[in-house]
Design a protein around this ligand. Structure first.
Ligand SMILES: Cc1cc2nc3c(=O)[nH]c(=O)nc-3n(C[C@H](O)[C@H](O)[C@H](O)COP(=O)(O)OP(=O)(O)OC[C@H]3O[C@@H](n4cnc5c(N)ncnc54)[C@H](O)[C@@H]3O)c2cc1C
Length: 374
């Protein structure tokens, strides 16, 4: 019998879930409807850095999710024939002033290579070598280069995957919906019946669950970044690795004469989506300190999105306690383009009853983030 599935949210979690629901063997058994408001979506605004291996975060479950998420992303890109304008393993460089810290990073990368091939080759670079790799930079510390690091265009990723899913079993409705007190979807005051609901609602997860007796630990975090034109400085088609410099904003050359610099992490701005002159100045100064030819004239646009974060900054996913037909994946914070693909895939596989691995390797108990209020 065909099962009716709702996905609310069309960012990286929702679009990946839709893609897998269209690709699973039982794909024909699902009729999937995605509802997406799209306003403030983090996936559209994201910088696009995929390089979790040198992170020193202590949460092992987060690292497992990010490591396997980065590998899954590479597989999805191949399987779905994504062009390089969406997913590109251009390499990433992390710089450090202190040579001891750099050695530690290098060792960490070497250790982690034993667990994953996706990291690719690892090289220590002098400051001069960093500048040769990334010719737009004229001042740098030494760094560690990992060839498997990638940049992802989140917006195009979501469109690419949903386009494939639409050919099979997906319908998209670009409107906001709510969850009523019975746990059903409502569109324009009309109740819609579904067998399962995936909430891929990012920072809006607390809001969409407000009619239910649940305590939800998700808050919004504003992120702003700037996009610059660098054609006059370096020509249009010079591809370079992403640079994560110590003490400055990340540098994401897009390979088409554009450069992204960012992003801010603002915990006190709620869902505000206005550009902030002080933050733009800070980001421009940071870019200028790396490349003195960059100034305000290079600014093309400011991108702003709202990340979801939890009290311990860890993501969560699974079935909502007390509401088994509703699944959720949220709280992905500033690494959601890396972890989101695996969260979306797991949610799709839970619905299809096809999880044959231990998902608790990737998550803390969902009750830490969503609890029934007695
Ligand atoms: C500036 C910035 C830079 C970032 N850089 C990186 C990076 O370099 N690397 C990385 O890994 N991660 C990065 N991130 C984090 C990453 O973008 C997010 O963690 C991830 O995109 C979250 O995906 P999501 O699908 O959970 O939520 P979102 O992408 O936010 O999608 C949620 C969707 O749900 C919709 N929605 C919500 N409520 C409703 C409703 N009631 N009805 C209908 N639709 C609804 C929203 O409109 C939205 O479209 C960055 C984020 C920002 C903001």
């Amino acid at each position: 019998m065909t099962k009716k599935i709702a996905i609310i949210g069309g960012g990286i979690v929702g679009s990946t879930a839709a893609y897998f629901l269209s690709q699973l063997d039982s794909g024909n058994d699902f009729e999937v409807t995605m509802f997406d408001d799209g306003n403030g979506q983090a996936t559209k605004a994201a910088a696009g850095i995929i390089s979790p291996w040198l992170s020193k975060r202590r949460n092992k479950k987060w690292y497992n999710l990010a490591r396997d998420g980065a590998t899954l992303l590479k597989q999805i890109s191949k399987q779905s024939k994504m062009p390089e304008s969406i997913y590109n393993q251009c390499g990433t460089i992390i710089t450090r002033e202190d040579s001891e810290k750099l050695k530690e990073l290098y060792q960490l990368a070497e250790e982690r290579r034993d667990e994953t091939d996706t990291i690719g080759d690892i090289k220590e670079l002098t400051a001069d070598e960093v500048m040769r790799f990334v010719p737009i930079i004229d001042s740098s510390y030494p760094g560690v280069f990992v060839s498997g690091g990638a940049r992802l265009n989140g917006d195009k990723y979501a469109s690419h995957l949903t386009k494939i899913a639409k050919k099979k079993n997906l319908t998209i409705i670009k409107q906001p919906v709510s969850i009523n007190k019975d746990g059903n979807v409502e569109l324009d005051g009309q109740v819609l019946e579904f067998d399962s609901i995936i909430l891929a609602t990012g920072a809006w997860t607390k809001d969409i669950l407000k009619e239910l007796p649940l305590d939800v630990d998700v808050r919004p975090q504003k992120g702003q970044l700037i996009e610059l034109s660098t054609t006059q400085i370096l020509g249009a088609n010079v591809d370079m690795p992403v640079v994560m410099p110590e003490g400055e904003s990340d540098f994401i050359p897009l390979g088409n004469g554009r450069l992204i610099v960012g992003a801010s992490h603002e915990n006190d701005k709620g869902f505000d989506l206005s550009a902030d002159a002080d933050i733009i100045d800070e980001l421009l100064n940071s870019a200028h300190s790396m490349s003195n030819q960059i100034n305000a004239e290079n600014l093309i646009r400011v991108k702003i999105g709202t990340r979801a974060y939890t009290s311990d900054f860890a993501p969560f996913f699974g079935r909502i306690p007390g509401y088994e037909k509703i699944l959720v994946g949220s709280g992905l914070g500033s690494s959601g383009l890396t972890t989101g693909p695996l969260v979306g895939k797991i949610l799709a596989e839970m619905i299809a009853d096809k999880v044959d691995y231990d998902i608790d390797e990737y998550r803390k108990p969902i009750e830490n983030y969503i609890k029934l209020v007695k």
